[in-house]
Ligand binder design. Structure first.
Ligand SMILES: Nc1nc2c(ncn2[C@@H]2O[C@H](COP(=O)(O)OP(=O)(O)O)[C@@H](O)[C@H]2O)c(=O)[nH]1
Ligand SMILES: [Mg+2]
Length: 203
């Protein structure tokens, strides 16, 4: 498994021409506003606030690129991967035109970023499969982009109920159990599953 040793913010972009040129693979993170995406990125990277934890949901309308340096097990060599923080969706107060520009921006990224290797879709562990997340998953399936679903804020449900809740989400999304994992930024649980999945996509 990979171990992250360093992470740096590279650039924010909207249009493909502004994406950073990079020889490394991309792993992107998406989810509804407020689902805990910034918290998850910070936790996975072992950083306090590299991805901003926004108090105003729906405000981040840019694609944020980070360069991650990692080590593989006892291997002495470094590896690199880009983490991409995609703008959130599903925020009620967003106008129709803002929603449309969001969709254009996301589709341009999915379709034009040749080095995109996989997408982490974050959902709330407490909820049922949401149609908005199902649409997101379908956008990825249609383009043959690998994805994994991460059920965040799992600390908010009793431990004994987590497995059952994951089952419900598996059924709702019509995915197998290897495609969904529970995660908590608060308890810092589930990091290994995410890193394992990322390893399986990029190595
Ligand atoms: N209990 C709990 N709260 C969380 C967790 N992850 C995020 N939050 C809280 O949920 C809110 C939104 O988090 P944020 O990371 O900004 O979500 P984003 O909008 O998806 O980037 C913040 O108040 C976080 O403190 C978690 O795993 N457990
Ligand atoms: Mg955020």
């Amino acid at each position: 498994m990979i171990r992250i040793v360093e992470s740096n913010f590279i650039i924010s972009a909207v249009k493909p021409r502004d994406y950073p040129v990079s020889p490394y693979w991309d792993i992107a993170f998406v989810g509804k506003s407020n689902v805990g995406k910034s918290s998850l990125i910070n936790t996975v990277l072992g950083r306090k606030a590299i991805a901003k934890i926004s108090s105003t949901p729906g405000k981040t309308r840019l694609i944020n690129f980070f360069l991650i340096r990692f080590k593989i097990d006892k291997d002495k060599m470094d590896g690199y991967v880009n983490f991409i923080d995609l703008p959130g969706y599903g925020y009620a107060k967003v106008s129709k035109s803002a929603r449309e520009s969001w969709k254009k921006m996301i589709l341009a990224y999915f379709e034009q970023r040749a080095q995109l290797k996989g997408v982490v879709i974050l959902v709330d562990a407490r909820h049922q499969a949401d149609p908005k997340d199902i649409i997101m998953m379908q956008m990825l399936k249609d383009r043959n982009i690998p994805f994994v679903i991460i059920a965040t804020k799992s600390d908010k449900i009793p431990k004994s109920k987590v497995r059952n809740q994951l089952r419900k989400l598996e059924n709702g999304f019509e995915i197998g159990k290897d495609n969904i994992f529970a995660f908590s930024s608060l308890k810092k649980t589930g990091v290994e599953n995410i890193l394992n999945w990322i390893s399986s996509q990029i190595l």
